[in-house]
Design a protein around this ligand. Sequence first.
Ligand code: F6P
Length: 336
Amino acid sequence: MSRVTLSRYLIEQTRSNNTPADLRFLIEVVARACKEISHAVSKGALGGVLGSMGTENVQGEVQKKLDVISNEILLEANEWGGHLAGMASEEMDNAYQIPGKYPKGAYLLVFDPLDGSSNIDVNVSVGTIFSVLRCPDQYLSQNDSLDEQAFLQPGTKQVCAGYAIYGPQTMLVLTLGNGVKGFTLDRELGSFVLTHDDIRIPETTAEFAINMSNSRHWEPPVSRYVEELLAGKEGPLGKDYNMRWVAAMVADVHRILTRGGLFMYPRDSREPSKPGKLRLMYEANPMSFIVEQAGGVSTNGIERILDIQPTSLHQRVAVYLGSKEEVDRVTAYHQG
Ligand code: F6P
């Protein structure tokens, strides 16, 4: 049986009019950058890439060397190809302008270059998350610098979202809005090969993911729901639940796409001005697009995440995503 590589899959999408050629090129370049990041991550101590930079990003988080390296790899790979009007990243305060010497294109690329980077030094899975939006026409001037407003579009406007996970295998999981495909990196071929043709999240689950150490800060609906989960068979939900927490959203979401489950990062009382820890534009939106395309559900406890109108590039949001039955239940607890 001939193997379907990412390139072949994308060419077939273009032939059937699902993917314009410039979007295909953009995804190929992002995938190539992810291969390079995978390589850097896998070198670990041998490549001198572990540890911190001694700097902080705009969120006040300590930057790991690999956060900065991965950010550079994605910027350099994507700035020259002529398919982008601009980029934005967790690691940069402001939007990245395509240098004047390169042509500009129709798309915007938003990414978290290395999600879960506190896992790097302990050799646990990390990943890259990305989202592609169309740049609205009014911002498409060749000369002016790109206004940050161009990026502030709800998640429903994404034309593509994906992540690469750097774990025991490196995988690229992708949606173009017509289902979810998973590709595994064949290191001998140097290509991503289609291995998961139609990823679906089961509607029901008996597994949840949450950072329990924050429980004293949770709001009442979350405390009630997690108490019910922990009560198991004897409680109101009538079954025993298992818990997993990798502390890298990519890895937790990947598990949910593989065998179902519920991922929660609620808003809590520690910093009332910040609704949750995760970022809307380059964590919650792309993952919500993928989860919905796999038949799952994603909300902030009140509304569908993809419907939220962003107000800033690094905006935070509460996240409940995964198997429909449990996301619907915890969302209903918030609503009433
Ligand atoms: O980007 C933030 C992140 O690393 C996510 O990937 C992950 O789900 C979460 O933070 C882990 O948070 P905590 O440190 O509270 O376990």
